[in-house]
Design a protein around this ligand. Sequence first.
Ligand code: NDP
Length: 257
Amino acid sequence: MTTPAETTPSAKRVAVVTGASRGIGKSIAMHLADPKGANRHVVLVSRSEGPLSDVRNAIEAIGGSASVKAVDVGDAKALALAIDAIAEQHGRLDILINNAGITKDGLALRMSDEDWDLVLDTNLKSAFVATRAAARHMMRGRFGRIVNISSTSGVVGNAGQANYAAAKAGMLGLTKTIARELGSKGITCNAIAPGFITTDMTDNLPANVKEQVTGMIAVKRLGTPEDIAACVAYVTSDQAGFLTGQTICVDGGMTMC
Ligand code: NDP
């Protein structure tokens, strides 16, 4: 392993995106790495290397720069070590997108402790652990952009998602606290709460449910991963230094929260 002293810091800002193998995380990674846009070096994180390598290849095909780190974000020790290794390898860490997430839906009265713990560990504890590790490196550069991908379920609740909504609401408290603790160090922390976005997570919902949801959305369409990525691109930009502690609902006007 290299030490920070031996590493020449990357000329580009370095971004870590968890859950980057598909869906919203993949789109965020593609946007951040786009040489015609943000032009970051993006480290792609999820559990399996194969799909991450496909995303890295797609980024390299458009002239961007990316690398791959396979880690289960539910394994707190492994995640913290991975963040440190990334920062040490590149000599810096500027941007962290806590996006990896899962659902294990069920009515609260029938929900098992295991399903509660799994969703809280994967969706919420991981964001805390990654933030704690990453912020130490960001403080050295006196610059940081942390974005927590929450959910409108965490803002307004959702029947059948006690574990998921609690985790996503927890992210909002984490966001505001980190914003207050680290604002003076040049580090911002914001949450983005997507509404209904078409990805693997939502693909298997029945057509009539999707139609019903569309009816509740002001712009009368479901969201795309690109809708979220475009917002992340601004929130993580150098120009967004006065935006912190916020929850931005990117939901087509579904909740107007
Ligand atoms: P997908 O199911 O399409 O992708 C989830 C991503 O998270 C994958 O890259 C997956 O990679 C990764 N992941 C899951 N568990 C772990 C783990 N334990 N360790 C590392 N990586 C993991 O989801 P979406 O793109 O739809 O969602 C992305 C985020 O946006 C989630 O946090 C979700 O809660 C949130 N969101 C999504 C909405 C939607 O409508 N789609 C609405 C509101 C919020 P792999 O399985 O390869 O490890």
